[in-house]
Design a protein around this ligand. Sequence first.
Ligand code: NDP
Length: 401
Amino acid sequence: MGPQMPVTSAAMEHQTSPERILMSPLLPQVIICDLRPAGPRHRDADGRTVRDGFALDLTSFCVMAKIYYDSDADLSLLKDKTIVFLGFGNQGAAQAQNLRDSGIPNEKIIVANRDDHYAADAKSKGFNVEHDYSKAAEVADVVFLLIPDQVQPRVFNEHFSSRLKDSATIVVASGYNVFYELLQFKPSQDVVMVAPRMIGSSVRSLYVKGKGFPCFVSVEQNGTGNGMPITLALSRAIGATKTGAIASSVREETAMDLFAEQALWPNIIMLFREAYSVLKEAGCSDEALVYEMWMSKEPAEIFEAAAEEGFIQQLKHHSSVSQFGQLSGALKLDGSNIRAHFKEILYNQVLNGKFQKEFSKIEEDLEKEGDANPLNQLYTKSEESELGQGEKRVRARLGLS
Ligand code: NDP
């Protein structure tokens, strides 16, 4: 029997026994949980043993995100709207082409870009390109912000903010700048997120193949009152509702993104680094280690299988020795220390804005050359590890670097 909690009267009103679906007005999610008979047992008039009430069975508790499909979206809402793509890079080029191929007239699409090779690429694909950001801002009903996150505040706040229409829709493809409140909007505008979980080339190639791609959507500011229908129409136009766009928020997207970057992957890098040193000390060669650990692409294949067949179920492709070792080993490990560490990163580094404030101090230095660039310093230090040095030797020997 799992943990139980009493059912509130509000919850009881939504009963669809035996399973109840509770809609929260505060969350994009639908919360689903089973109800179990609870309370004192007694016999009813027919002599059957019954209980007085119900309890939510939290073993079955799950938070399910709402998913939007093509049928939820009305493309006609985009009729007569002028849609500006700020940026024609990875996402910009893919999303602008998808939107046009979904039937939005070319004359209603403007690519706003400096006069360089990205602009030339947009022109070669038949788009109208505006080099003057202010002019693009003045005519935009919708603006997709598809330039790198770290330059968005400067470009948007300087050139777009004061010039955009009061009823404009501003679309971001990542939560960062909206979550940390780095962009300036008017209260009358819609601020929405349409965030593909794919690189731009896949956003385009999947669309061309008639397939969809995973995407997070949310309305962060509903100035016009029409934010969600417009968001869904734009999502459908770029191909994001074909296999389902998942209701999310800039908070959720930023939390997951930065958590992966600052908690999960640093630990994975550390685990590989320490594993390398231990096996090296035990006499393993650099060549064997580099191939065994990643160059054979086995880890890539494992993650591919995890996506296709399930994180745990993919283990069934491994030998019995391997399955036993992995499953029993993982179950023996006590995750409480790492859980505390993860929570520290999530709450006291990501969600409280500490990382964002620190990163903003070094942002400009990332344009610098050599050691003046903090990223170069981190690369130098990381390459000093046994793993870094060992790989360098192996790649040089194989003529790979
Ligand atoms: P890119 O790095 O591909 O953006 C390149 C575009 O930005 C070009 O048009 C470039 O034009 C312009 N740009 C670059 N620097 C500047 C600048 N200083 N001033 C003005 N324009 C500039 O970006 P992405 O497509 O990778 O990312 C765009 C958004 O999409 C981001 O919010 C990102 O988080 C999000 N996203 C990205 C994904 C990805 O796979 N990359 C996946 C999902 C979301 P030019 O240099 O000529 O001015």
